[in-house]
Design a protein around this ligand. Structure first.
Ligand code: ADP
Ligand code: ASP
Ligand code: MG
Length: 407
């Protein structure tokens, strides 16, 4: 007998029919003698719909009310799935985050889980019930509803698995595992049997939304065996593994992540003096805007160009802040581009292989794709290119690094 935490994403519970199919699947695991805790997302599209409603009322809703609003999506699916389970003779009980309780800090819309009480869950499990928990939500120490950031149900599942010391955490989604890159963009993408936590962390943080980054952090920290599988077809999926020994046979690159979520801003002819980076980025940071890549050119004639990227949603806000800073500094002009994409090669194999960067740049050059920014770390290389080249570039790199599936 195993204790398994299973998470079903939005598409997997997107219709009543699919909810019934999930119930059948869960009941079968229970019949096979396992104890099952299920975490569900809202029905697909529902979280976006709720956000849309808020925007019809105000451009700046308070984060507290946003959490009250968007957490309702998951309350619907826990109730429906529990009903579907009860209907087929499998006793089940639904719980919201606050009912468990899943205790978080008080940072609305990106709360972090701090504590999970497992007592109630144990009692249900021992009574033969399936527990259905709302993903994405928790409660702060004052009783306010919080949410964990987009894609947060993955993190709920892993956190519950850690708290219950589950044998495995299974993330059921609309693809049958983690691929070398998004299979919806590259049809030659290949499913990976395994991927290391370290690589999965990079992939998630660089744009592969198949797992929320915090769920991977959590699983790594608490040693939760984590697997990504399809809701719709049988198969082994992809196991996230602890970093193995350096394997010289392993491909240099394990995967390619990409994102359209960024925008870049350039301050031209900024005075090339000490403190300039702070003068430009200080006010941006004070406005709680996260900066990703940063490039400062070599100065000439006392002036320099300074470029950085922010989340695309923060582009307009950042521009406004910079317009003000530029006036104060007496710097030149401000330019920006929100039609960019970031493409990243990820692989622990990079540690033991040289020449990855040059092969990447050569491949992009042959396709006529101009690289606008570059950043590297131990196991990844990222470039910024014009968004219109994104798919072409990812496909070319996928082939160049021998990631294409062969059959
Ligand atoms: P869910 O609603 O089940 O949480 P998501 O839409 O959040 O599902 O995540 C699954 C999606 O992630 C897939 O449909 C796929 O388009 C995308 N994706 C991006 N990169 C990858 C990758 N490397 N491997 C698999 N899926 C990926
Ligand atoms: N429903 C939430 C979202 O759409 C959480 C999740 O699906 O994981 O982001
Ligand atoms: Mg998701």
């Amino acid at each position: 007998m195993a204790l398994i935490v299973q998470k079903y994403g939005g598409t997997s519970v997107g219709t009543v029919e699919r909810i019934k199919a999930v119930a059948e699947k869960v009941a079968k695991f229970q019949r096979d003698g396992h104890q099952i805790v299920v975490v569900v997302s809202a029905m697909s599209g529902e979280t976006n719909r709720l956000i849309g409603l808020s925007q019809e009322i105000t451009a700046e809703p308070t984060p507290r009310e946003m959490d009250v609003l968007v957490s309702t999506g998951e309350q619907v699916t826990i109730a429906l799935l529990s009903m579907a389970l009860n209907e087929i003779g499998q006793p089940a009980r639904s719980y919201t985050g606050a009912q468990i309780p899943i205790q978080t800090d008080n940072v609305h819309m990106k709360a972090r889980i701090e504590k999970i009480d497992e007592l109630k869950m144990r009692a249900d499990l021992n009574a033969g019930r399936v527990i259905v928990v709302a993903g994405f939500q928790g409660v702060d120490f004052d009783g306010n509803i919080t949410t964990l950031g987009r894609g947060g149900s993955d993190t709920t599942a892993v956190a519950l698995a850690a708290a219950l010391k589950a044998d495995e955490c299974q993330i059921y989604t609309d693809v049958d595992g983690v691929y070398t890159t998004d299979p919806r963009v590259v049809d030659k993408a290949r499913r990976l049997e395994t991927i290391t936590f370290e690589e999965m962390l990079e992939m998630a943080s660089l744009g592969s939304k198949v797992l929320q980054i915090r769920s991977v952090e959590f699983a790594g920290k608490y040693n939760v065996p984590l697997r990504v599988l399809s809701s719709f077809q049988e198969g082994p999926g992809t196991l996230i593994t602890v970093d193995d020994e350096v394997d010289m046979e392993k491909p240099v690159i394990s995967g390619i992540a990409f994102t359209r979520d960024e925008a870049k801003l350039t301050v031209r002819n900024a005075p090339d003096t000490p403190g300039i980076a702070y003068k430009i980025l200080g006010p941006v940071g004070e406005a709680n805007i996260e900066v990703d890549m940063i490039v400062q050119n070599v100065g000439a004639q006392g002036a320099t160009d300074f470029t950085f990227t922010v989340h695309r949603n923060e582009y307009a806000k950042t521009k406004k802040i910079l317009e003000k800073s530029i006036q104060e500094m007496g710097a030149g002009e401000l330019t920006g581009d929100d039609k960019i994409a970031k493409i990243s090669l990820v692989g622990v194999g990079m540690r033991s292989h040289a020449g990855v960067a040059s092969r990447m740049f050569d491949t992009l050059a042959k396709e006529g794709v101009n690289i606008e920014m570059i950043s590297t770390s131990e196991i990844k290389i990222s470039v910024v290119v014009a968004e219109k080249y994104l798919e072409l570039a990812v496909r070319a790199l996928h082939t160049a690094f021998e990631l294409d599936k062969t059959d």
